[in-house]
Design a protein around this ligand. Structure first.
Ligand code: BGC
Length: 584
């Protein structure tokens, strides 16, 4: 650090988005890190494109011509359910499904697999795990949460970090516990909203999972968009510095969320001052990193941010890089896992498929329809039956996710999984071919379509704040819907179940969703009902269980609602946390 100029130090405090950052910018300003926001991808979005891109940034960061001090940069991505931004990645279930497996060992194995797929693309850092403890399923990010039970989230936190970071050797990836803190506790489940709680409750519910993550050595933590008792976390000295750094002893990097500091004040420099003085060490900037650099310089020159604070932040950045062995690593394209053929491999997909099997929760069974015989004449129907994009949900290839099969390279849709083991199965997406003389049973796959962040909120009205959507303001700034009652949210679902049932064909319903929903009518019309969450690319795992090769294993990690009320406390619950039936 003694050899660094002030400008070099300030550069290390910046994490800039790739679309607004060239390798020349990295060479000139020495950024500490570069990131990809959701859907921000180089070239044809194949591993080789990522490796080549990061190679160029890396070479720029270590260019020591003209007396520059070479400091390798870190590259970060949202590999939150596999390295799912990248085409051909193995996409495993979103966290809500992993919560239902109640299997910390599986979590560690999945995290290790995910680390390999991140390393295959030449990157270093993932913005995961999300340790949100969600209290209200109206939140659009409910699927990013393992559970509403802080103990379950805590039991995964250390295993996730260990799987990702390992022993910080060459097959490790830097983990990031997020979002600090109280993200899952906002009033009405509003994204980026306000969490109103006494500190003792914040501790008990939302801070609890961070202890095991820190014990496992998590190197980075991301600040949260939400406020705590009306004060934004991004500017919260008590939460960032006194609690996380001082009381809990966190000595890694606190990175801000996507332009999250901008919300602290209309005056950008004031927002910078508040956030850096509160304890933010690295600032995630979507576009205008120049404004950020100039602002930091101005604040230091004016004495509004002390050199001591800058040095503390830079020491944290460099010490994470040192602990991660970044100074000893070679350029991305020469690293042992770069472009490795384990990316999207059969072995990785087998593990994701195991996770799918274990995540399914059987909520209703009449005692006879399951398991479905492999010889049965099965009608497969419903809008989500043959849609790998819908299975994967948000944060897959694009920030808001994708529809169809084209962009989910590899894997199987639920229909493709059924077809592979039940030769007499036929597909009729709208169910119009249903005929009791021809079909013994129907498997109807219903539920939500992809969303991410605030666009997944269920709200009575209003617009939602944006997040890391790549490509500027998106047109989808409206919430997902107004109610968690599926019959209102997606009336086509109950309609197709009832229509097929009315023809005298027993219906097995499989629901894809990022949260529990009120499904009384759908359940009533079904002989069996399965919550399959957002299973990811390996739809085969659903067929594995429906046709009896494995029994159901998952149990709810969230209580299941009976009525659509804004406040979960006011609504009666249909099933408690821990509920889940077996076939046998
Ligand atoms: C999200 C974070 C994410 C970041 C980078 C933000 O909008 O809140 O969870 O890691 O974008 O993509």
């Amino acid at each position: 650090m003694d050899r660094m100029t002030l400008d070099q130090k300030l550069g290390q405090m910046i994490m800039a988005e790739r679309a607004s950052t060239t390798p020349d910018n990295v060479r000139e300003f020495g950024f500490g890190a570069v990131l990809s926001g959701g859907g921000s991808a180089p070239g044809a979005n194949l591993p080789a494109d990522w490796v080549a891109m990061n190679d160029a940034y890396w070479m720029a960061s270590v260019d020591d011509r003209d007396g520059r001090l070479p400091i390798p940069l870190l590259y970060a991505i949202d590999a939150i359910h596999g390295n799912a931004n990248v085409l051909g990645a193995t996409v495993f279930p979103h966290n809500i499904g992993l919560g239902a497996t109640h299997d910390p060992d599986l979590i560690e194995r999945l995290a290790r697999m995910c680390a390999r797929e991140v390393l295959a693309t030449g990157l270093d850092w993932t913005f995961a795990p999300t340790l949100a403890v969600v209290g209200n399923v109206h939140w659009g990010r409910t699927y990013e949460s393992f559970s509403s039970d802080p103990r379950l989230v805590a039991s995964y936190a250390d295993r996730y970090v260990r799987g990702m970071q390992g022993d910080l050797g060459r097959d490790s990836v830097i983990a990031c516990a997020k979002h600090w803190v109280g993200d899952g506790g906002t009033t009405n489940g509003e994204d980026q909203g306000n969490t109103v709680l006494p500190e003792s409750e914040l501790d008990r519910v939302h801070i609890t999972p961070y202890f095991p993550a820190l014990e496992a050595g998590v190197l980075t933590v991301m600040a949260s968009f939400n406020s705590w008792n009306a004060e934004k976390c991004h500017g919260h000295y008590h939460l960032l510095t006194e609690v996380l750094k001082q009381r809990m002893g966190f000595d890694g990097i606190i990175v801000s969320d996507w332009d999250g500091i901008d919300q602290l004040s209309d005056d950008y420099n004031e927002a910078l001052r508040l956030s850096v003085n509160a304890g933010i060490d690295m600032i995630m900037v979507s576009v205008d990193w120049k404004r950020c650099l100039d602002g930091l310089r101005q604040l230091v020159d004016d004495g509004l941010v002390s050199m001591e604070r800058i040095d503390d932040a830079v020491r944290r950045v460099l010490s994470v890089k040192a602990r991660y062995g970044l100074f000893e690593r070679v350029r991305p394209s020469e690293r042992p896992w770069a472009n490795h053929d384990s990316f999207g491999s059969a072995a990785h997909r087998a593990l994701a498929r195991e996770a799918v099997r274990k995540s399914l929760v059987l909520l209703k069974h009449d005692g006879s329809v399951l398991p479905v015989s492999k010889a049965a004449r099965v009608l497969v129907a419903g809008k989500n039956a043959d849609n790998r994009g819908h299975q994967c949900g948000g944060f897959t290839v694009a920030w808001q996710g994708v529809s169809g099969a084209e962009q989910i390279v590899g894997g199987t849709s639920i229909w493709e999984g059924i077809r592979a083991i039940a030769p007499n199965a036929v597909l009729s997406l709208d169910g119009s071919d249903a005929n009791a003389a021809q079909h013994d049973v129907a498997i109807v796959v219903i539920g939500e379509t992809p969303y991410a962040e605030g666009m997944g909120d269920i709200r009575r009205g209003g617009r939602v704040a944006s997040g890391s959507g790549f490509g500027g303001p998106t047109s989808q700034l409206t919430p997902y819907g107004k109610t968690i009652e599926l019959a209102e949210l997606h009336p086509e679902d109950v309609a197709i179940i009832e229509a097929i049932g009315a023809k005298g064909i027993p219906v097995v319903t499989v629901m894809l969703s990022g949260r529990p929903l009120v499904v009384n009518r759908e359940m009533e019309a079904s002989c069996a009902f399965v919550a399959a969450w957002l299973p990811g690319s390996e739809g085969q795992g659903v067929a594995d269980v429906l046709f009896g090769d494995y029994d159901f294993h998952g149990t709810l990690s969230f209580a299941w609602p009976k009525q659509a009320r804004m406040s979960p406390k006011a609504a009666g619950m249909l099933f408690p946390r821990g509920f889940g039936m077996r076939m046998a």
